[in-house]
Design a protein around this ligand. Structure first.
Ligand code: 13P
Length: 259
């Protein structure tokens, strides 16, 4: 577990306009540039902007350690699917990651476990690393939460495993009730869920390192507080300030050094 790369991801959701996205990426690039290369080389970093900003963001971040990905994909690689974007296209344009099954997509766009599973398979088939989001809708007892999240994880990987697809999968554990709030869920609870998910992920994909990162009002200070409980963070609003992202980078670098 301690050998896993600490991972920091940011989803910009639909918060920023086009120019704002590019400005933010330039500032993030500057934050990266201010830090010694060695401190960052042990981390895995990715950013997920809106679809129309993907091409310029790929270009802007090409010479940095930050990978780029999309917030969604279709489960087919081509065809009559108006308004959709395929994993094949994402890969072709330089994306390395794709988010699948975020709570907002499950809740607002009716994304079922079956669709999530097909999208995970599409991501792996196209050489993209899926960032699979799981998490409970309401705060419950830890044992219940773990069971629910393990069920979501198994359902999400079912198509990929049946098709014998393999590849790195990053799981983002995001308790839905902690998303968009003022503070993250308590580390004592989320740490146990992350560890249970990591164990199962490694059983399901034994050849991969199976990282489980935490998301839901995550911000500066959380990684230090959580210690080895998380393999990293999936950030939203609290990474909008580039300086806050820089502070989280420093925490991650320090933590990686201690491993
Ligand atoms: O959903 C999230 C990341 O995908 C978390 O968002 P917030 O950190 O803004 O709550």
């Amino acid at each position: 577990m301690s050998q896993r790369k600490l991972t920091l991801g940011v989803s910009l959701k639909m918060y920023f306009g086009y120019r704002q996205t590019l400005d933010w990426c330039r500032q993030i690039r500057a934050e990266i540039g201010r830090r010694p290369h060695d401190a960052l080389s042990a981390l895995e970093l990715f950013v997920l902007p809106s679809f129309p900003a993907l091409a310029p963001v790929c270009e802007l971040l090409a010479d940095t350690p930050i990978g780029v990905g999309a917030q969604d994909l279709h489960w087919e690689d081509a065809g009559a699917f108006t308004g959709e974007v395929s994993g094949a296209l994402l890969r072709e344009m330089g994306c390395r990651y794709v988010e699948v099954g975020h709570a907002e997509r499950r809740r607002d766009f009716g994304e079922s476990d079956e669709r999530v599973a097909l999208k995970i398979a599409a991501a792996l088939r196209n050489g993209l690393t899926p960032v699979l989001c799981v998490g409970e809708a309401r705060q419950g007892r830890p044992a219940q939460t773990i069971e629910l999240c393990l069920t979501q994880l198994e359902a999400a990987l079912e198509s990929a495993l049946t098709q014998r697809l393999s590849g790195e999968v990053i799981v983002a554990y995001e308790p839905q009730w902690a998303i968009g709030g003022g503070a993250p869920a308590p580390v004592e609870e989320t740490g146990a869920v992350c560890r249970a998910l990591a164990r199962r992920l490694q059983q399901l994909l034994p050849r991969h390192d199976g990282r489980v990162i935490y998301g839901g009002s995550a911000g500066p200070g959380l990684l230090t507080q959580a210690g080895p409980a998380f393999d990293g963070l999936f950030l939203g609003r609290f990474a909008h300030d580039p300086a806050a992202f820089g502070a989280i980078l420093d925490e991650a670098a320090q933590q990686q050094e201690r491993k």
